[in-house]
Design a protein around this ligand. Structure first.
Ligand SMILES: CC(C)(COP(=O)(O)OP(=O)(O)OC[C@H]1O[C@@H](n2cnc3c(N)ncnc32)[C@H](O)[C@@H]1OP(=O)(O)O)[C@@H](O)C(=O)NCCC(=O)NCCS
Length: 258
């Protein structure tokens, strides 16, 4: 019964997970705020989710795919190692004039991609850039690992970015990285360090591995610092901010502080 849950497109609830791993709805909600996650159908890959989101974004922007100059897909679960998911999406959309590449920056991928796109637009290199954040993380989740399977899901979001008048658009940015923490959230095998082998498959090394506590400590350390930096760079004060949308990893922090 349990495995039927992830063999089709569906919403997997915490109650479903209770049947698969030793966890409870209360435990998950209390720590993450998550009640359900979406899982793509078996025949859907990341580019299929990206395609749906991209078409909606193009429609909203009122432009056609052949007007795109660049496509950036932020993902850690590409259809294939190569070609890039951005190239696969370019083909699906018929965006024949667009350059295309993937950007791998984990949870920050969409933010990184938006900043890259904004700079290419600001320099005048490109006019319209399609930025997509898309993941089919259910494919690289060990559904027997309660540390990870409760947190991740599948989905895509997209935005068409283009030139705007002064005073509009992205006002200030802050990007960073802490490479030394990579060991706390990784997929150990499948790259040049540990190519796929029977051993890596047997050891479940092609799945997400996470030390949630360390990721949480890192997230609460840097998010406040980064938020303060962008507010200052924009010449604003904390009280000028009307809406703050944090990453899920901040959930417990929010809960503890409120
Ligand atoms: C993952 C997270 C919710 C876990 O909460 P936590 O309070 O730190 O929990 P811990 O990892 O310390 O585990 C506490 C206990 O619960 C257990 N536990 C872990 N997952 C569990 C689950 N799904 N259900 C029930 N118990 C669980 C642990 O085994 C541990 O038991 P022990 O004390 O007997 O060893 C939290 O650390 C978090 O939000 N981290 C950030 C995650 C994140 O943002 N990742 C990046 C996404 S890209």
């Amino acid at each position: 019964m349990a495995w039927d849950v992830i063999s089709q497109e569906k919403v997997v609830t915490n109650k479903d997970l209770e049947k698969m791993v030793d966890t409870t709805d209360e435990w998950i909600v209390e720590r993450s705020g998550i009640r359900e996650r979406h899982v793509a159908a078996p025949e859907q890959a990341t580019s299929d989710l990206a395609f749906i989101a991209a078409n909606n974004a193009l429609k909203d922007a009122g432009i056609t795919a052949d007007q795109l100059d660049l496509i950036i897909v932020a993902t850690e679960s590409p259809d294939t190692k190569f070609p890039s998911t951005a190239c696969i999406l370019q083909d699906k959309l018929g965006a024949t004039h667009a350059a295309a590449f993937d950007l791998a920056a984990g949870c920050t991928g969409f933010v990184y991609s938006s900043i890259v796109a904004s700079q290419m637009i600001a320099t005048g290199l490109y006019k319209y850039v399609l930025v997509v954040g898309a993941e089919a993380l259910s494919r690289i989740l060990n559904w027997k690992d309660r540390n990870t399977c409760i947190l991740f899901g599948d989905g895509a979001g997209a935005a068409v970015m283009g030139p705007v008048e002064d005073g509009y658009g992205i006002i200030s940015v802050d990007m960073g990285a802490e490479g030394s923490g990579g060991k706390y959230l990784d997929m150990p095998a499948g790259g040049s360090r540990r190519p796929a082998s029977h051993e890596t498959v047997d050891n479940m090394e092609h799945f997400i591995h996470m030390n949630g506590k360390e990721v949480f400590k890192f997230a609460i350390k840097v998010m406040g610092r980064s938020a303060s930096k962008v507010i200052a760079k924009a010449g604003l004060k904390n009280e000028d901010i009307d809406l703050l949308i944090p990453h899920q990893g901040q959930y417990q922090n929010h809960r503890l502080c409120s």
